[in-house]
Write a protein that binds this ligand. Structure first.
Ligand code: GTP
Ligand code: MG
Length: 340
């Protein structure tokens, strides 16, 4: 009996691999080589790679060897060899300025509801990039996330929003209020937001990796991914100097995943970040973003948010590839972000 079951299990596995291979061939007729053709990669290893999100050669070409080793248990030499083969088969690396301009033309800018903030951001929050908002508690980081979750749907009807909530601050009621203010169907707006509560930093990282499945496997038109907050779990879990390097390494990997997700799928990634007090700083702004330069370098746009006069909010653009630094004042209202 037991042996029969094992035999059946083995047979099923063989069938599954065959089907996976055929499916792969049907889906990607043009690609010259697929995962399954990589030397040293059997069906089992290919499946492990796919299960870990390495579904195509591009994802292997851009992965560090250690991640392939973690995913499959393969040796260091093989991992490096696979990456080299994937790289050489992809003609990656250089694009002409013209090609990049074409890519830039596909970038969508989602408006925020405040013209002042849009102007500061060069038109709105962009797809293909990470926009990071950092600031003290109550400065409006979460409210921007809620507002964008609705506005993205207004700009692209039917667009899907993924909301990774680490602090249990996602409020459907706020979505309803903002959608109503925008003249949208609140029920539909809620249906198009996929909320996932992340219980710890590893869970958060896993959720980040799973977004690609929604796009590739479920064919969802994901246009915005919110991670609110990016750093809270990491901050709580890795305390003390000794664990700082590990924390930074993990945040780094998480940011890289998000960045790749945004870039390869033309998705807008919005992350929030707290500030930590810097009692050692007496001059200038005594605050610094958690995660420091690791988060900062991976974000394409960084906005520092603070409370302004009479309940307003002041956004300062800290870092951007092509925009001048500057400030914008807006307010958070029941209907979302508005100019003052
Ligand atoms: P932390 O997550 O604690 O770091 O703060 P945050 O930056 O995410 O702050 P959040 O976005 O939650 O901002 C909270 C503030 O938004 C509140 O203090 C209110 O001023 C404002 N706010 C939230 N909801 C509403 C609303 O329904 N109407 C209005 N007018 N303001 C709101
Ligand atoms: Mg918040």
């Amino acid at each position: 009996m037991e042996q029969e079951l094992i035999a059946e299990h083995v047979e099923n596995n063989v069938q599954r691999k065959k089907m996976a291979k055929q499916e792969k061939e049907v889906k990607e007729p043009k690609k010259e080589i697929s995962l399954y053709d990589l030397p040293g990669v059997g069906a089992a290893t290919a499946e492990k790679l796919i299960a870990s999100g390495y579904t195509d050669l591009m994802s292997i070409a851009t992965a560090p060897p250690s991640e392939l080793i973690d995913a499959t248990g393969m040796g260091d030499a093989l991992a490096k060899k696979l990456i080299a083969i994937a790289r050489s088969s992809l003609e990656m690396g250089f694009e002409t300025g013209e090609e990049l301009l074409k890519k830039r033309e596909q970038v969508i800018k989602f408006t925020t509801g405040s013209q002042a903030l849009d102007t500061l951001l060069g038109g709105g929050i962009e797809t293909g990039a990470i926009t990071e908002c950092f600031g003290e508690f109550g400065s409006g980081k979460t409210q921007i996330g809620h507002t964008m979750a609705v506005r993205v749907q207004k700009q692209i009807p039917g667009a899907i929003v993924v909301y990774i909530d680490t602090e249990n601050t996602f409020r459907p009621e706020r979505i309803i209020q903002i959608a109503e203010a925008e003249g949208m169907d609140p029920k539909e707006a809620l249906q198009n937001i996929k909320v996932a509560r992340a219980f710890n930093s590893d869970h958060q990282m896993l959720l980040g990796e799973k977004v690609e499945d929604l796009i590739k496997k479920q064919n969802l038109n994901v246009k915005l991914v919110v991670v609110d907050s990016l750093t809270a779990h990491f901050r709580a879990e890795y305390i003390g100097r000794g664990t700082l390097a590990e924390r930074q390494q993990k945040i780094n990997r998480h940011m890289r995943d998000l960045s790749r997700l945004g870039f390869l799928n033309n998705v807008c990634v919005y992350v929030t970040n707290q500030v930590m007090s810097r009692p050692d700083m007496f001059f200038g702004d005594p605050t610094a973003a958690i995660g420091g330069h690791i988060v900062g370098h991976a974000s394409t746009f960084r906005i520092y948010l603070r409370k302004g006069k009479k309940g307003t909010r002041v956004a300062k653009l800290i870092d951007s590839p092509s925009l001048p630094e500057g400030e914008a004042t807006f307010s958070v209202e029941t209907g979302g972000l508005k100019d003052v």
